[in-house]
Structures are given as structure tokens and as C-alpha cells.
Design a protein around this ligand. Structure first.
Ligand SMILES: Cc1ncc(COP(=O)(O)O)c(C=O)c1O
Length: 369
């Protein structure tokens, strides 16, 4: 598919470009969310989401951004007296850590330098050290630094073998890279509509295992009403959500998941990998250094060091003004040090080539000034 470059080219690490068909599906009439049409839509979504999540577990659809999904994961499945392990390697894992801290105080934070990923040996050491750990909470892909926890399958196994619940924030990677929920024993798996699923922003999707539900059942206090699991489970039986759903976004998600199903999940993963290889190759060709350690670099978020003498925010401004391409600068303390490009959703070779050609042109022009 050739992209229509008359429109803004959204090369952010989410939200992403979305297919015309997905956009159009939001124009369908609003339906009664307690009626048969909605029940059919809900059933279709369950089936398609299970395919993408690679799970038999139920998936709860929240009308909220991804952060709501993280909140849902934290408040329902962690309680006051739990001991929780959280590797922190960037802004989103720091946010996850802080969300967990609001619920319980026994949080074992494992810090990693920015640009590197948590590794299996450290996690194993922690699980060996403590007699009991209740929850392992991991960000699979750190969007702020372009780093993926590639060791995660082994980490999740060690944690599960010790009887912990695995909570994984895969917001910027699920649907772009193979992270099979059931096979890798992810009890609570969280993503957002606006990243690799190529849907508009506004929905959080969370799969929940039986072990997680058992843990929830023992939980004496849940500090939220909107995100309390129980009403979601009760209404799920009726193929409904407890509170008014964002129906146009449900339509869009249904279409974007259909597109993934038609292409085939593994073909989608391969396309993401091929495009990320192309991104890194172009970066190398134009002399841009990759920010993360090579073995930790992400497929879905390409983080590159800002060339010396330039500011990331000036590059993103210039490429937007001149070519209508949106890319992102860094976050927090590395805001000006990196530029981040999304390799997600309907990404294709053509979009990669175009973005990198214009990025190269922009940088060259700025360096001459
Ligand atoms: C890994 C990760 N977690 C959480 C979030 C927060 O999601 P949202 O901005 O949709 O609330 C993001 C957003 O980029 C993310 O990449």
C-alpha cells in the first residue's frame, strides 16, 4: 500500500497512521450498547483480540487511554501487603513503578541505565533471593528509550514458577512483535488501541488469566470504581461493558483487527521487523547512531541519537513544517538527546524510505545553517 502523503504522516511511537477503512468505520451509526448489535460487535472483538493477544483468556476493553489499562492492571491484581518486582529502564516503567507504589510499599525496583534492558540474570537473582514475590510487573517495550526487554519470556517463566502473577505493559509492542500471552504466561496483558493495532487512540485492552482472577478474588480492597474488574466480568457475560463504551472506537478497532487477521499475524510481525531493519540501515547510512545498546534495540520504536550541535525538538519541528511528517523527540532528561520514530501499525517500506529521506535532508540542511 502506498501512503497518501497529502495527509500528515504520523511516524510517532503512537498514535500511528490508520487505514482509510478503519477511519471510515467510525462513521457508522451509534448503536444501543445494551442491544443485539453491540453484543455482536463485542463478540467479534473478543474473537479478534484473542487472536492478536494469542490467548484464550477474556479481554476487557476499557474506554480509556493506555494508562487506564495500566491502572486497571495494578489496582485489581496488587494489594497492600504484596511484594512486587518492577524493572525500571525509562519513563513508562518508572510510571508503572509509581502506580504500584500507590498500592503497596514493598516494591523492589531494579534500575537500569537508559538505553539498556532488564536482563534475565538480575530478575532470577531477585526471585532466588526472596521466599515470596507476589507480582512481577514489566514494561515489555520502553517507548521512551526504544528498548525492548527481549529476555522477557525467561523472566516471566522464572516469576511464574515462583507463583507470582505476571503483569505486562505491552502498549507499544503488542501486535508488532510476537509476545504470545498464554505461552509466555502473561496473566495481565495490557495494550492500547493507538499503537501496533493501528486504531485511533482511546481504548485500553487487557487480557486477564484465571490465576489473576483468583488473586483479584482474594483482594480485599480495590481503590477504584471505574476500573474495578468485577463489573467488567459481570457485564462481559452479557457481551457488554459496565459503563458507556466509546462505540466509534470499538468499530474502528474491529476493522483494524480484521485487517491484521486478513494479513496474518506472523506476516504482520515480519513486516514490522523488515521495516525496523530498514530504519536502522538508513540511520546507519546517514550517520545517525542508535540510542539503545544494540542487542536491546526495539523493533517498534526507533530511538536515534540527535546529531551533535542540534536539538531533537528543532529537528521534529522542521520535518513537520517542511514535510508534514510527525516524529518525536525524547522524554524528560533525554528530551533533546534522541529522536524517536514509530515503526508500528500499517508501517511499510515506502513510509520508512520517505521518512528517512526527509529526515536526512532536514538534518543536513540544519547542519549547514
Ligand atoms: C509503554 C507505555 N506504557 C504506557 C503508555 C501510556 O499510554 P497512554 O498515553 O495511551 O495513556 C505508553 C504511551 O506511549 C507507553 O508507550
Amino acid at each position: 500500500m502506498k501512503y497518501n502523503y497529502m495527509k500528515p504522516l504520523i511516524m510517532l511511537p503512537g498514535p500511528t497512521n490508520i487505514h482509510e477503512e478503519t477511519l471510515r468505520s467510525m462513521q457508522k451509526p451509534i448503536i444501543n450498547h445494551r442491544g443485539k448489535e453491540f453484543h455482536d460487535l463485542y463478540s467479534n472483538l473478543q474473537e479478534k483480540l484473542k487472536y492478536v493477544f494469542q490467548t484464550d483468556n477474556d479481554i476487557f476493553i476499557l474506554s480509556s487511554s493506555g494508562t487506564g489499562g495500566v491502572e486497571f492492571g495494578v489496582i485489581n491484581f496488587i494489594e497492600k501487603n504484596d511484594k512486587v518486582v518492577v524493572p525500571v529502564f525509562g519513563e513508562f516503567s518508572e510510571r508503572l513503578y509509581r502506580a504500584v507504589l500507590k498500592i503497596c510499599k514493598q516494591v523492589i525496583k531494579i534500575d537500569y541505565p537508559y538505553g539498556t534492558a532488564p536482563n534475565y540474570d538480575d530478575i532470577k537473582e531477585i526471585f532466588d533471593k526472596y521466599a515470596q514475590i507476589d507480582v512481577f510487573a514489566l514494561v515489555a517495550n520502553e517507548t521512551s528509550t526504544g528498548v525492548t526487554a527481549w529476555d522477557m519470556e525467561k523472566m516471566l517463566k522464572v516469576s511464574k514458577d515462583k507463583g507470582a502473577i505476571n503483569i505486562v505493559d505491552s502498549i507499544s509492542i503488542l501486535g508488532g512483535v510476537d509476545i504470545p500471552t498464554d505461552k509466555w504466561k502473561i496473566d495481565v496483558h495490557i495494550t492500547g488501541s493507538q499503537k501496533c493495532l493501528a486504531s485511533p487512540p482511546g481504548l485500553a485492552l487487557v487480557s486477564v488469566s484465571k490465576d489473576a482472577i483468583d488473586k483479584y478474588d482474594k483482594n480485599t480492597e480495590v481503590y477504584s470504581s471505574y476500573f474495578d474488574l468485577k463489573p467488567y466480568m459481570d457485564f462481559h457475560l452479557k457481551k457488554e461493558t459496565p459503563y458507556t463504551p466509546a462505540v466509534p472506537l470499538f468499530y474502528a478497532l474491529d476493522t483494524s483487527l480484521e485487517l491484521i487477521r486478513n494479513e496474518g499475524l506472523y506476516n504482520v510481525f515480519n513486516r514490522h521487523k523488515k521495516c525496523s531493519d530498514l530504519f536502522y540501515q538508513h540511520a546507519h547510512n546517514i550517520g545517525l547512531e542508535i540510542y539503545p545498546r544494540n542487542e536491546d534495540k526495539s523493533v517498534t520504536v526507533i530511538a536515534l541519537k540527535t546529531p551533535r550541535g542540534l536539538k531533537a525538538s528543532e529537528i521534529t519541528k522542521s520535518i513537520k513544517e517542511n514535510f508534514n511528517i510527525d516524529i518525536a523527540a525524547g522524554f524528560g532528561k533525554i528530551k533533546e538527546d534522541i529522536i524517536r520514530i514509530g515503526c508500528m501499525g500499517i508501517i511499510n517500506d515506502d513510509m520508512v524510505e520517505y521518512t528517512m529521506e526527509k529526515l536526512s535532508f532536514t538534518i543536513e540542511k540544519m547542519q549547514k545553517l
